[in-house]
Design a protein around this ligand. Structure first.
Ligand code: ATP
Ligand code: MG
Length: 416
């Protein structure tokens, strides 16, 4: 894409009321637009990052048997009354509204009821199970805390998968598979080393749930970490008995600030009971379906990536999620330089390498460099008069700052 066609512009300052580093940088670089606290629009560059994250998650969900669908955002009061989660004393963060012709609806704050209600229509026999439907969806929560930028939105985009199994044993097999899928996802988006499987509060059907917590000072959670075994315990459940019941020692454990980028939860029959979601086993006996839920917040993940990798100059994207792999910078208002930059741009496009080409005229070199560092593409290729007279191009690694001189024809196989 040519940068002259990108309507977003960088800005020196973020809005005064924005205190989170992730949102400050993303706003300054033109990835997102702040509508109000906890509500952001995704601009072209921001959407490209979200879509890359979405593709990585989708691939891993499909590998473990996930089937993608989409539940509606407007939710029917009667359905949520079945599980008592319409009640404001039980759930205090609904956005609710009245229909003009009577009746009340709410904007999805989660999906369990929607899925249980739909699946009841299709699950009858043991032959129909197990199944693993999921969706990517906008979720709405009237959060009181919304000071963490896109890491805690009032409106946010997530992936939620629900597992419907015959029994606990079948559920447990899938639950373990999702742990691996989640690890793969966090590995692929670049935060694998910083992300710990964390024991958190369970429910009626399991002692613990599991969160995936990424180390960052911007996180709202406190966890106790065993770095050797790569597991952690959320402060919410941390006590001597829990530490002991996991084969851990208290004086091994280090306290860290972290953010929950995903979680997996054994629901058991908590939702299948109120929805009378049953199947007939091979003897014709009726049993409740055994459920689990598995969430990841995409905006939160994107914000976390910004938080953990950014430096004083701006954002640094891992290659897998970057909106463009290369930022091609044309430096100086020179016809020869322009021609050369155009040739390289075309070559990169022909090799299917995603490139943002800074073809803007009359912008000082220093400004282009500063913008490129702020935007954070993993590599910058600099075409300047000085470089082309030597027949070389400058290739800069945004993360390490390392600069290499390369031949023009080397661009073809640089990034394969
Ligand atoms: P938290 O404990 O941070 O409030 P949660 O336990 O309520 O989150 P879930 O309802 O299980 O989260 O949602 C699944 C995932 O969605 C979370 O792991 C997180 O990645 C993401 N998420 C939850 N709330 C938000 C939010 N307000 N903004 C962005 N992402 C969110
Ligand atoms: Mg939580």
């Amino acid at each position: 894409m040519k940068q002259s066609q990108l309507f977003t512009k960088t800005r020196k300052e973020a809005p005064k009321d924005e205190t989170a580093k992730n949102a400050q940088l993303l706003i300054r670089a033109g990835y997102i637009y702040k509508e109000m606290a906890g509500v952001y629009s995704y601009l072209p560059l921001g959407l490209r990052v979200m879509k890359n994250i979405e593709d990585i998650i989708r691939e891993e969900m499909n590998i473990i048997g996930g089937i993608e669908m989409k539940t509606s955002i407007l939710q029917n009061k009667e359905i949520w009354e079945k599980s008592d989660r319409w009640n404001d004393n039980v759930v205090n963060n609904w956005f609710k509204t009245k229909l003009k012709n009577g009746g009340e609806v709410g904007l999805s704050f989660t999906n369990e009821e929607a899925y249980s209600n739909i699946l009841k229509r299709y699950i009858n026999s043991y032959k129909d199970l197990p199944i693993y439907p999921y969706d990517f969806k906008e979720i709405f929560r009237n959060e009181t805390r919304s000071k963490s930028g896109i890491m805690r939105g009032r409106e946010f985009y997530w992936k939620a998968l629900y597992s419907f199994s015959k029994d606990e044993a079948e559920h447990n097999i899938f639950y373990e598979k999702t742990k691996i899928a989640y690890q793969n996802i966090f590995e692929k988006v670049g935060i694998g080393d910083l992300t710990y499987l964390t024991f958190a509060s369970g429910g009626t059907f399991s002692k613990f749930s599991h969160e995936f917590q990424t180390f960052t000072e911007a996180g709202e959670d406190t966890i106790y970490v065993d770095e050797k075994n790569k597991i952690a315990i959320n402060k919410e459940i941390y006590n001597d008995e829990v530490v002991k019941s996991l084969g851990l020692k208290k004086d091994e454990l280090i306290e860290k600030k972290a953010v929950e980028v995903g979680n997996i939860f054994t629901l058991g029959t908590k939702f299948s009971e109120p929805f009378d979601l049953k199947y007939k086993n091979n003897k014709g006996e009726e049993n409740y379906v055994f459920m689990g839920s598995y969430g990841i917040g995409l905006g939160r993940l994107m914000g976390t990536i910004v938080e953990v990798f950014a430096d004083s100059k701006g954002i640094i994207w891992p290659e897998t999620v970057a909106p463009f792999k290369i930022h091609l910078l044309e430096i100086g208002n020179d016809e020869k330089v322009r021609k050369e930059a155009e040739i390289i741009y075309k070559k990169l496009l022909d090799s299917k390498i995603e490139v943002l080409y800074d073809d803007r005229e009359n912008i000082r070199a220093g400004e282009k460099f500063a913008d490129a560092d702020l935007l954070g593409m993993p590599y910058q290729i600099i075409v300047s008069e000085k470089n082309i007279t030597t027949g070389k191009l400058e290739l800069k690694n945004r993360k390490t700052g390392e600069v290499k001189m390369i031949d023009e024809n080397e661009t073809d196989n640089l990034f394969i």
